[in-house]
Design a protein around this ligand. Structure first.
Ligand SMILES: Cc1cc2nc3c(=O)[nH]c(=O)nc-3n(C[C@H](O)[C@H](O)[C@H](O)COP(=O)(O)OP(=O)(O)OC[C@H]3O[C@@H](n4cnc5c(N)ncnc54)[C@H](O)[C@@H]3O)c2cc1C
Length: 339
């Protein structure tokens, strides 16, 4: 088979959407290249280390509503790659409590599991997209190129559209109008190493009543992510908007002051991270976008239900769409639950 045979795809992004799509296509016999600009796997399901302290500084947990995603989550729990952090009462009457899952030992465990056997290309930013009508040549910032008959972009939608525009790729105007309105809120995360336990109540997660400037505090030690006291702070979107380009020390000072009543122990060290595209404010009405005329698809949490689960389902939907267009039969194996 040539590099650009019918069943070949370049997937931009090794977050959960890209990896779900990649895995599904790979299982069905496609030749799949996954590229991510980050050094790690999992995208916004991210983890960072500061000395001994470890922080999930993006997504804090995931929930499942859809049986297609629950199948994966059950498998991760059975294999020790995820666990229940806590359960919350269900707002629907007479329904069981809702488990809130975390990756084990950290959120990145999920991306690592999904990427097994895929050999993603990491630490390369995709900059070029060129089609000769039959196949795509995808260029990264080292000058390397990757060929595929299809391209799937799973970066947050404004970033995917920026890549499309920079390369003169044209989408039908009505499709484009629906994609253009997908917008995301920002978030500033501050990682706080403490010299003793935090004062956060059970289960180690707190959302202050007023989400500005501080929307969430999460205790990574209580979560089982960090061997030493380590708290993640997430700002509210208004604070993130107004302070996105402020010096780190300024952002950190404001969020630390708001967190002070809950931290209890002295602060040993801090670090800030800016999420420019944290969560979609409004998503596309479909679970993915596909333009079969030029064989490009977009997927991720900007489609369908958002969140980790929505992104995962979007990746699967994009994979199914490609398979339908190339008349490939989806495969399920003992490793991936049937969907
Ligand atoms: C602070 C924060 C808190 C959150 N909390 C929760 C939560 O508690 N529960 C929940 O369900 N969801 C939460 N979310 C949302 C959740 O993390 C996302 O919905 C989900 O992880 C999105 O997955 P994705 O694959 O669509 O995108 P991403 O995970 O963003 O993956 C896209 C990937 O594309 C890569 N990329 C982008 N551009 C390029 C390029 N040009 N070249 C190469 N690679 C590129 C990026 O590096 C990234 O790895 C949170 C998000 C944030 C930021």
């Amino acid at each position: 088979m040539s590099h650009t045979d019918q069943k070949s795809v370049v997937i931009v992004g090794a977050g959960i959407a890209g990896l779900m799509a990649a895995r599904r296509l790979c299982r069905a016999g496609w030749r799949v290249t996954v590229i991510d600009k980050g050094r790690g796997l999992g995208g916004r399901m991210a983890n960072r280390r500061m000395d001994e302290a470890r922080f999930d500084h993006g997504a804090q947990f995931f929930t499942t509503r859809d049986p297609r995603f629950s199948g994966y989550v059950s498998k991760w729990v059975a294999n020790g790659q995820a666990t229940v952090w806590y359960e919350r009462e269900n707002s629907a009457p007479d329904s069981p409590p809702v488990p809130h899952y975390v990756g084990l030992p950290a959120m990145t465990a999920i991306g690592k599991q999904l990427a097994e056997g895929l050999n993603p290309v990491l630490g390369r930013r995709v900059t070029g997209l060129a089609s000769n009508g039959e196949s795509w040549t995808v260029a990264d910032d080292t000058g390397s190129t990757h060929e595929g008959r299809w391209v799937v972009l799973t970066a947050p939608v404004p970033q995917a559209l920026d890549l499309i525009d920079r390369n003169g790729v044209e989408l039908p105007a009505t499709d484009r109008a629906q994609l253009d309105v997908i917008d995301y809120e920002k978030c500033i995360a501050v990682m706080v190493g403490l010299s003793g336990p935090s004062g956060l109540p059970e289960p180690g997660l707190l959302r202050p009543d007023n989400p500005e400037p501080l929307a969430l505090l999460a205790d990574n030690q209580r979560k089982g992510v960090s061997p030493v006291p380590a708290v993640t702070l997430h700002s509210g979107p208004r604070f993130a908007d107004s302070h996105f380009d402020a010096p780190d020390q300024e952002k950190i000072a404001v969020l630390l002051k708001a967190a002070e009543p809950f931290l209890r122990s002295p602060v040993a060290q801090t670090q800030a991270h800016r999420w420019g595209f944290a969560k979609p404010l409004q998503a596309h009405p479909e679970d993915h976008y596909c333009c079969p005329g030029i064989r490009i698809a977009l997927a991720g949490d900007g489609f369908g239900g958002g969140r980790v689960e929505g992104a995962a389902l979007s990746g699967l939907a994009a994979a199914d769409s490609l398979m339908a267009h190339e008349k490939t039969t989806p495969q399920s194996t003992h490793e991936d639950p049937p969907i």
